[in-house]
Ligand binder design. Structure first.
Ligand code: ZN
Ligand code: ZN
Ligand code: FE
Ligand code: FE
Length: 272
């Protein structure tokens, strides 16, 4: 670990989403062992029209979620570790009123916006959809993905942008200059004032690189999009995983600072 670095992880899950493991006390122990200054919990947010899918908490489980966060807070009490609370929200066209409602349900520190759905019922990152294309082609689905991502960023409803090029998850990219497809989303992120995450879960997929990949990170830097580093941990062992690799990518793209969102506004820290 690099000494003096202010290390935080704001994209982590809880067992309430049905595909994560670990007690809050175990996450806190891991956070302390790694020297994290802040541990943010942002599980998959409920969606309207339940059951929406089987990988998120129900609306009725929000109190249990807040209890889980409270347990983390108790475990961290007196250690100096700061617990933050948020949600990872799913973007779909027309979802704006629901996001606004979620925002009012609790005094969240931040909301993460993510694109997992190319259309209702079509979560492209679900292994069941691997090799299938909503539009009939890989390039068509990529265009669709980036269009949705740009809409999400332009909505101004989110504090953090989750795994920006999750569409690379299966390790396949369309032919030609696909990075130009992401330009609208990158510009929308830059205009919104939100923070883009570098998501280290990308190292552990077929894409084999952090989200977003280095070419997009370079463009984001040129556009002035602030960044933070998150793990998307679904277990305590994955908390803040590969943080140093992500720092290396950020440095390679020309970044020298990290930005953490919060209720009092953004805070900026030197990257190293
Ligand atoms: Zn998940
Ligand atoms: Zn809270
Ligand atoms: Fe996600
Ligand atoms: Fe996540």
């Amino acid at each position: 670990m690099i000494r003096g670095m202010y290390r935080a992880d704001f994209h982590t899950h809880t067992p309430l989403c049905n595909h994560a493991d670990g007690e809050p006390e175990a996450f806190v122990r891991r956070a302390l062992a790694l020297g994290l200054s802040e541990y943010g919990i942002a599980d998959h947010a409920p969606m309207p029209g339940e059951p929406f899918d089987d990988w998120r908490m129900k609306q009725s489980e929000l109190p249990a979620y807040l209890d889980w966060i409270e347990r983390a807070r108790r475990a961290a009490n007196g250690t100096g570790l700061i617990i933050r609370c948020g949600l990872e929200c799913d973007w779909l066209p027309g979802i704006e009123p629901w996001i606004e409602e979620l925002r009012r349900l609790h005094d969240w520190d931040y909301l993460i916006g993510s694109v997992h759905y190319l259309a209702p019922g079509w979560a492209f990152d679900d292994p069941n959809f691997k090799g299938m294309y909503l539009t009939g082609s890989l390039a068509g689905d990529w265009e669709k993905y980036w269009e949705l991502y740009a809409e999400m960023a332009a909505s101004g409803l989110f504090d953090v942008y989750g795994h920006p090029d999750l569409i690379r998850k299966w390790g396949t990219t369309p032919e030609g200059d696909w990075t130009s497809m992401a330009r609208g989303a990158l510009r929308a992120m830059a205009a919104s004032g939100g923070v883009m995450e570098i998501n280290t879960a990308g190292f552990h997929t077929a894409g084999a690189e952090q989200y977003p990949c280095l070419p997009l990170l370079h463009e984001a830097r040129a556009l002035g999009v602030p960044i933070m580093i998150n793990s998307d941990a679904h277990t305590p062992a994955a908390l803040s995983r590969d943080y140093e690799r992500a720092v290396g990518a950020a440095l390679a793209a020309g970044y020298d600072s990290l930005t953490l969102p919060g209720r009092g506004g953004h805070r900026t820290f030197p990257l190293v």
